[in-house]
Design a protein around this ligand. Structure first.
Ligand code: SER
Length: 765
């Protein structure tokens, strides 16, 4: 059965059992700071499990894009080493929100697996949580699984949690025995062995608790079910192939790696590991970029960067020196673009950013090679220093395999134990490392460093450079061409926060100039700038003139004030259940996510647009007040869940229309927004809608572009604008008639006498 068919059959099966089919959500969890990536099908339903959102469907089924490359569920290092692990994979799932529980969940899964997929119960094992007698009894009594095939396992294996906090509960897993030939052959090999023989294919979680930040388990308002089956794993079983990397959709991607490297998958374990890493990481990278992540030095972007570099390094194991992952990613788009059109929509950015990252890393890699050869000159003993091998790994991104191979060529050996020890030490430090170079700023904050933000009232400041850092390390000065992070005090630059993007601008000093490309606020009261030195040298302690790009700031303020008006408009037209779930405010446009269950109708959109445009025209002053937090809330200001407020907060008040707590920069009067237009609406995840809109000059140029299209249509169709639609309708009616006529003429031509005539003519000549 093709993987595409398995996807569809799964969804169909559950639809027939009364489940609502819903689309996958993004790999970036909306408004969930506890998660790095969407790591399971249940993530988009977290708020429903917790009882924070009411939802019209009690049974749901999805195929969810997942990434497990950071945080609690992290398979990064295992990918390549086994035939069953991925960083990116698809998860088939069915969910019950307070509807069926253990018995039905187990029965449904068993029916699908044994009856519809035809997997023999002879090869199946199950595991349950050691204290879950109910699940044990259902498997044994209701389903009839033999006692010796039911394993009782502990928390580590059979108690599932989404992250350090959030919904969780005991689970039961279905395991397929793939036969002796798939296993490690050790006498101890059994269903809990780590080799590829016993494959966990389906996890059924009985969601009963919410784990709070203090670690306490609180009962959920209602018992729920969350199941997840790895699509690639079930496909490997149903297609009868040797592991996930041989199923149809992976095979095509693998083929492109074979073509580039000239190696064959399945011939040699060392190349197989490399090939699996490359296939997996190319696929995951394409999906991450399509969901808006780019390689960078922090958070999600850092994971993506590590992933691409790991793939490049393994490319070296196969002897590939030129950028190639972007070519493999193209194949991913070919194979999966039909199912996930977002891949095709982001084709250019996927290709370009992967290629750029590969080229950038290639240079670092070359520098590493130089160090390697320098060491070779100096080391006369047979043993190569483990410290250097580790530096090559850690700083220059050399995989151990590459170093070992190079050493073999030169008749040298490596103290692997020492190397592993260094790795272990780094790994335990690295556990927190994705928590970003934010750490450096946390430490600064702890040392009492603060920046005074003056940008609410001033866009120009004379400031001191108080801190410079590059790649998470403090520096004393910067030279031309360098890209780094700089803290100046005071700072008029708004640091990205509350959905509003950071300011841009310039820094000037005697004989020097730097471009400020972004401003970030990693911790409260501390703003740093992403800076590129255009001219001169910038030192710590330097006095600079800091200037914010005024035009960009104004365009951003328009969209921020409009976000508040849109929020008010949505609540007025759709109801008071509308709550902000996330937003992006940039100079180009605004994006607003909010809780609501169905798409907005055309009338609703029109009503909201008219309301906001009316408020713009009426010229309401936008008043900023600083208030005590408790007092502001009592007065009815809307506080957004993701904001963390100090005791004194800013309240943005627009007459009787809107009152919100907000740290952003705004217009002085609504009239400055000029106009407001909603461009699109979409669904972000279950119960959350997204609206994109534009104001100010952006709205005006949008109207112009629409007008241009209309004018072009008028001139093509030779009519007035009011008649365009009528004309098109007439034309399409006429086209249909002609098509019909054409068809019948052709048929006529090919039947009866005419056909005989044609045949005769053909025979004659
Ligand atoms: N959330 C569970 C898992 O990821 C079941 O989907 O395994």
């Amino acid at each position: 059965m093709r993987t595409d068919e398995i996807r569809e059959r799964f969804l169909k099966f559950f639809e027939e059992k009364g489940h609502k089919r819903l689309p996958s959500s993004s790999l970036i969890p909306t408004d969930d700071p506890t998660l790095l990536f969407t790591n399971a099908g249940m993530v988009q339903f977290k708020k429903i499990f917790l009882g924070e959102i009411e939802f019209p469907h009690k049974r749901v089924t999805t195929v969810q894009k997942c990434v497990r490359a950071g945080g609690k569920h992290n398979d990064f290092e295992r990918v390549g080493r086994t035939a069953r692990h991925h960083t990116f994979f698809e998860m088939l799932g069915n969910f019950s929100f307070g509807d069926y529980f253990k018995k039905t969940a187990i029965e449904l899964a068993w029916e699908l697996i044994t009856l519809h997929c035809g997997i023999s119960p002879e090869v199946l094992w199950v595991s349950v949580y050691k204290d879950d007698d109910e699940a044990y009894r259902i498997w044994k009594r209701e389903i009839g699984v033999k006692e010796e095939r039911i394993l009782k396992l502990g928390e580590e294996d059979n108690f599932w949690s989404m992250g350090e906090t959030g919904p969780c509960g005991p689970c039961t897993e279905i395991i397929v025995d793939r036969g002796e030939s798939a296993g490690c052959g050790k006498p101890t090999c059994g269903p809990t062995c780590d080799c590829d023989r016993y494959l966990e294919i389906w996890n059924l979680v009985f969601m009963e608790f919410n784990r709070t930040p203090s670690g306490k388990l609180e009962p959920l308002p209602r018992k729920c079910v969350d199941t997840g089956m790895g699509l690639e794993r079930i496909a490997s079983v149903l297609q009868g192939v040797n592991g996930n990397y041989e199923i149809d959709i992976m095979r095509d991607i693998m083929k492109s790696v074979e073509e580039i490297s000239g190696k064959k998958y399945g011939e040699e374990e060392k190349s197989d590991v490399a090939m699996r890493v490359i296939v997996d990481h190319s696929r995951a990278s394409a999906f991450l970029i399509a969901d808006g992540i780019l390689p960078s030095n922090e958070g999600r972007g850092y994971v993506l960067r590590k992933m691409l570099r790991r793939a490049v390094r393994f490319g070296r194991v196969l002897g590939i020196k030129e950028p190639f992952i972007w070519i493999v990613a193209e194949e991913v788009l070919k194979v999966m673009g039909n199912t996930y059109p977002e891949l095709l929509e982001s084709r250019d950015i996927i290709k370009e950013s992967i290629r750029a990252e590969e080229e950038r890393f290639r240079d670092t890699f070359e520098r590493g090679l130089k160090i390697f050869y320098e060491q070779m000159e100096n080391v006369k003993e047979e043993e190569f220093p483990a410290e250097t091998a580790f530096t090559l790994y850690d700083t220059y991104g050399f995989p151990l395999e590459v170093t070992v191979e190079l050493l073999q060529e030169h008749g040298k050996v490596l103290d692997l134990e020492k190397f592993n020890h260094l790795m272990e030490r780094q790994r335990s430090l690295g556990k927190v490392s994705w928590k970003e170079e934010k750490d450096i700023y946390l430490r600064l904050k702890e040392r009492g460093k603060k920046t005074l933000f003056t940008g609410y009232s001033s866009l120009r400041e004379e400031s001191d450079v108080v801190f410079i850092s590059a790649n998470g390390r403090e520096k004393e000065f910067l030279a031309e061409g360098e890209e780094v992070e700089v803290i100046i005090n005071p700072t008029p630059f708004y640091g990205e926060a509350g959905g509003q993007v950071g300011d841009r601008g310039i820094l000037l000093w005697e004989e020097g100039e730097a471009e400020v490309e972004d401003a970030k606020k990693p911790v409260i009261d501390l703003i740093y700038l992403n800076v590129r030195i255009k001219k001169g040298i910038l030192k710590k302690g330097q006095k600079v003139i800091a200037m914010v790009d005024k035009k960009r700031r104004k365009a951003t303020a328009i969209h921020h004030t409009l976000t508040h008006l849109l929020h008010a408009g949505l609540r007025m037209v759709l109801g008071k259940h509308v709550r902000q779930m996330g937003s992006l405010v940039s100079p180009e446009r605004l994006r607003f996510d909010f809780s609501h269950h169905r798409p907005l109708s055309e009338e609703e959109i029109e009503k909201i647009e008219s309301l906001v445009n009316e408020w713009i025209g009426e010229g309401h002053p936008v008043i900023v007040e600083e208030k005590d937090y408790e007092f502001a809330i009592k007065e009815g200001a809307i506080a957004l869940f993701e904001e963390k407020y100090g005791s004194v907060v800013r309240v943005i008040k627009i007459d009787e229309i809107s009152k919100e707590l907000c740290g952003g920069t705004h217009l002085k009067n609504t009239v400055e927004a000029q106009a407001f237009k909603i461009l699109s609406q979409s669904s972000v995840q279950a119960g959350v809608r997204r609206v994109e809109a534009v104001g100010g000059e952006g709205a005006i140029s949008y109207f112009h572009s629409i007008e241009k299209i209309l004018k072009k249509l008028q001139s093509e169709l030779h009519c007035h604008s009011e008649e365009v639609l009528l004309k098109i309708e007439e034309m399409s009616k006429r086209l249909k008639e002609l098509e019909k006529e054409n068809k019948s003429l052709r048929q006529k031509l090919l039947t009866g006498d005419e056909r005989k005539f044609l045949e005769r003519r053909e025979l004659n000549g």
